[in-house]
Design a protein around this ligand. Structure first.
Ligand SMILES: Nc1ncnc2c1ncn2[C@@H]1O[C@H](COP(=O)(O)OP(=O)(O)O)[C@@H](O)[C@H]1O
Ligand SMILES: [Mg+2]
Length: 478
């Protein structure tokens, strides 16, 4: 101890005499202090880390790139922990842009067994307007080849049962086919829709060929035969006889959850709604440009003068059912709803073989359905990211509950997911969802076999149609 002191004193004297030595000594001391500080910081960080991991232990770690309160409130209610996408996560509610990156070949990202996401990798097979129609056309042809009774046609060559999407052509690819069809009924109205857009953007109605030619000239495509998917449109026959209520056109927004495509298992959310136009309907050509008459999207209608902010131009599906039961009768109403369920299942069956049935995925689709004045439902489009924006107080409750029920099915018990689970939750957790179709169950009781192999006869109680004195009767699914 004493000799230490003497050494230090000696050093002190030497430093006082030699400025270079003094500088080196100061530097050494500073370095020692900095090492100590770094150690302290490291220790604190390690402590924080253990503390955080203790809190997070066993909890679902979530990420979202969709900042919607109906999502975040649901995650927080479950006590799940928010992390960033660069950390380990278990549940990622992502936009369709992000899913593209997650599953892109370039990123080579591999999801682990405890990770799930809210889209199937190639959901666009159903949710892109052109691909949905393409897949349904292929499905119909396949059923026809198999000799399925579902593919039966009438004397004009029209499918008796599978005619549930408006006649549609891809533009520019199918332009010539479209012209041929247009000339068959030159007084009909058509609707042009960009394949990659939503919320009514870029949509317009036409009733003359010259309007398409003008569009083709005006659009940035230098040549009409450009195959660029960016400018790809579909042109669909416009359903110009929609069922009107209070003189207004409306469509249905129904939510359908798919937990697996093979086997197909899907659920229908009971609390869908109708979206009304703010301006009374007229098929008159003078109003062809008035989107408040023709497009039911809330994104369009909310800009209308008569938009009602209290009910947001919406009716519950239950209200619609009651209204139809009292104005048209119970039997036709129930047939209509059965038929709506039936076309949704057919649309899913149409894409099931081409879907990448990734076990990490589930999807809650937003279906757009129009009912015409003969009470025939038409499938208009399917959305991969149905709006989670709430236009009214009721809307907020509905969407919060929709996400709640979706999570209860997709993430059993709100626990860290294991994507190897068999994806058949008990009935008690379904909430407002009901089973729409379960391929395993259907095959188990022979309904599917019956559905595909008994031409011209009653197709059984599960999902088939029977013909009753020439009238089509759709039997129930469940
Ligand atoms: N073939 C059609 N017949 C009648 N109305 C249609 C048709 N296609 C679309 N619409 C109307 O236009 C709206 C928007 O069309 P949609 O295909 O859903 O595109 P978006 O992705 O922009 O919502 C629909 O909600 C419906 O009101
Ligand atoms: Mg839509």
């Amino acid at each position: 101890m004493g000799s230490n002191l003497a050494r230090q004193r000696g050093r002190g004297r030497a430093a006082g005499r030699d400025p270079a030595y003094a500088k080196a000594l100061r530097w050494k001391r500073a370095e020692k202090a900095s090492v100590a500080r770094t150690e302290q910081v490291k220790e604190k960080a390690a402590l924080r880390c253990t503390w955080r991991s203790r809190i997070m232990a066993g909890k679902v770690k979530w990420v979202t790139d969709i900042e919607k309160s109906v999502l975040i409130n649901n995650f927080e209610k479950r006590g799940w922990v928010q992390v960033t996408e660069n950390e380990d996560w278990n549940f990622y509610w992502m936009s369709v842009q992000t899913i593209r990156n997650v599953f892109s070949v370039e990123t080579g990202y591999r999801l682990s067994d405890d990770q799930i996401v809210n889209h199937f990798p190639n959901h666009y097979e159903l949710t892109r307007k052109d691909l949905m129609v393409k897949n349904i056309k292929r499905y119909r042809k396949e059923l026809e080849k198999e000799g399925s009774p579902l593919a039966e046609k009438d004397e004009n060559g029209k499918y008796l049962y599978l005619d549930f999407v408006p006649v549609t052509y891809m533009l520019p690819a199918d332009y010539n086919l479209f012209v041929e069809e247009f000339r068959k009924s030159p007084s009909s109205t058509w609707i042009m829709k960009p394949c990659g857009k939503a919320q009514g953007k870029g949509i317009f109605l036409i009733n003359k060929l010259s309007q398409i030619k003008k569009w083709s000239r005006d659009s940035k495509t230098s040549s009409f035969v450009s195959q660029s998917t960016k400018e790809a449109y579909v042109i669909s026959l416009y359903i110009n006889n929609p069922l009107l209520i209070g003189g207004r056109k409306f469509d249905l927004r129904l939510y359908v959850l798919v937990s697996t495509y093979r086997p197909l298992r899907c659920y229908m959310y009971k609390l869908g709604f109708c979206r009304f136009c703010t301006v009374k309907y007229t098929p008159s050509t003078s109003e062809l440009d008035n989107m408040f008459v023709h497009l039911t999207n809330v994104a369009i209608q909310k800009h209308g003068e008569d938009y009602n902010h209290i009910h947001g131009g919406k009716w519950t599906v239950n209200n619609l059912r009651l209204y139809l039961e009292s104005t048209r009768g119970k039997e036709v109403t129930s047939k209509l709803f059965d038929e709506i369920h039936w076309i949704i299942v057919q649309s899913l069956k149409a894409v099931a073989p081409v879907m990448n049935n990734d076990k990490h995925c589930f999807e809650c689709y937003g279906y757009d359905i129009i009912i015409d004045d003969k009470l025939k439902p038409w499938l208009i489009e399917v959305n991969a990211s149905p709006s989670l924006t709430s236009s009214t107080a009721n809307d907020r409750i509905l969407k919060y509950n929709l996400i709640n029920d979706t999570l209860n099915i997709a993430v059993p018990n709100g626990e860290i997911p294991d994507c190897k689970w068999n994806k058949s939750p008990p009935k008690e957790v379904l909430g407002n969802y009901e089973i729409l179709y379960d391929e395993e169950l259907a095959q188990g009781d022979g309904a599917d076999r019956e559905l595909r192999s008994r031409p011209g006869q009653s197709l059984g109680p599960k999902g088939g149609r029977s013909r009753d004195s020439g009238r089509t009767v759709l039997t129930t699914w469940k």
